[in-house]
Design a protein around this ligand. Structure first.
Ligand SMILES: O=C(O)CCC(=O)C(=O)O
Ligand SMILES: [Fe+2]
Length: 346
């Protein structure tokens, strides 16, 4: 099993090919098209160090409505920790594939794991040009015992990083809650207490016009907080793809389906994708804020006074089951994910 995985990792073979293997070539209508899309200066970069809290809330609210995306700076996470974190994941993905597979095979429940393309590799028609490492975002020994021990600084750096990410997530969720007119603590607890870490790695690709790192999707999260240092992430806005500009030491935040439901569609889960490039490997680190499985996902009551609820209630576990059944990489079905629970008939 491990041997098979390590041979499939894009990072294990990308440099022995002059051209893109057939199983990675998207059909013409699904290809990324124009690669040099404009980098978007209009996706707001919000200064969390500002003392004008009302203004900060307003900026985040507007960005969440307009784009489902914003970036944050002056967030309190040190530049050194951000650099160390990016370095440790780059180093991880550059290790020999066998070592990577071994370092990620300690967890009997397979919550800590390495995979390539998507978790649905066996059933995909076309594979994505990415490898991924994921594990729960909790930092207690119960979880940490299964994390990689190579690179040697992995556990130390990633533990500190995840502690900071948790705090930052709580700050952002308070600002989002207040913007929606909910209590600042609204998202504390069950709505946000099952975070996951996901490190994506996209090796250089001989022909980026044929491949995708990730197809158009919305995240099944409450929100996602991403670290990126290289271009590649694009947002679908008003029928066009726009690039999310890497801002040094900023975090990119995007709204997921769960917040779309809870906000009764005041915020929309942002559609995004990842394109590849031929020059450098791109490594990103996502902190995915998920509810716990039994948490009830439904439009917040306070948001259903003037507007009827647009979605049925369901547990997060049920939501995920729906999500996996409806979101097939083969079809462009970001809307289909919510159709089964939509009350509006649209
Ligand atoms: O790597 C990126 O830039 C984005 C990754 C992403 O969208 C995801 O993991 O859901
Ligand atoms: Fe995503």
């Amino acid at each position: 099993m491990e041997r098979i995985l390590d041979q499939k990792l894009v990072s294990s073979w990308f440099d022995v090919h002059q051209s893109v293997p057939e199983t990675y070539v998207f059909p013409p209508e699904k290809r990324p098209g124009k690669l040099n899309v404009p980098l978007c200066k209009s996706i707001p970069v919000v200064d969390l160090g500002s003392h004008d809290r009302r203004d900060t809330i307003q900026q985040i609210f507007k960005a969440s409505q307009d784009f489902g995306f914003f970036q944050v700076i002056n967030h309190g996470v040190s530049n050194k920790l951000i650099d160390d974190t990016i370095s440790v994941f780059k180093e991880f993905h550059e290790m020999p594939s066998k070592d990577k597979a071994r370092e990620c095979s300690k967890d009997p429940s397979r919550d800590c794991k390495l995979y390539t393309s998507s978790e649905n590799y066996a059933n995909e028609e076309v594979h994505y040009w990415r490898d991924a490492l994921t594990h729960p975002g909790h930092t207690s020994e119960k979880y940490l015992q299964y994390w990689p021990q190579k690179p040697t600084q992995y556990r130390d750096v990633v533990k500190r990083y995840l502690e900071e990410a948790r705090n930052l997530g709580a700050v952002i969720l308070e600002l989002l809650a207040e913007g929606l007119g909910l209590s600042a603590e609204f998202f504390n607890g069950g709505h946000s207490d099952s975070p996951m870490l996901l490190s994506n790695h996209y090796p250089p690709c001989p022909d980026p016009s044929l491949t995708l790192g990730l197809t158009k999707h919305r995240d099944p999260t409450l929100i996602t907080i991403l670290l990126q240092d290289t271009e590649g992430l694009q947002v679908f806005k008003d029928g066009n793809w726009i690039g999310v500009e890497p801002v040094s030491t900023a975090f990119v935040v995007n709204i997921g389906y769960v917040l779309q439901i809870i906000s009764n569609s005041k915020f929309k889960g942002a559609e995004h994708r990842v394109v590849t490039n031929s020059r450098v490997a791109r490594t990103t680190i996502a902190y995915l804020i998920y509810p716990s499985n039994e948490n009830l996902i439904e439009p917040a009551k306070a948001l259903c006074n003037q507007n009827p609820p647009l979605y049925q209630s369901l547990t997060f576990k049920e939501f995920l089951k729906n999500f996996k059944a409806n979101f097939k990489s083969k079809i462009d079905s970001t809307e289909a994910v919510l159709q089964t629970i939509s009350l509006s008939g649209s």
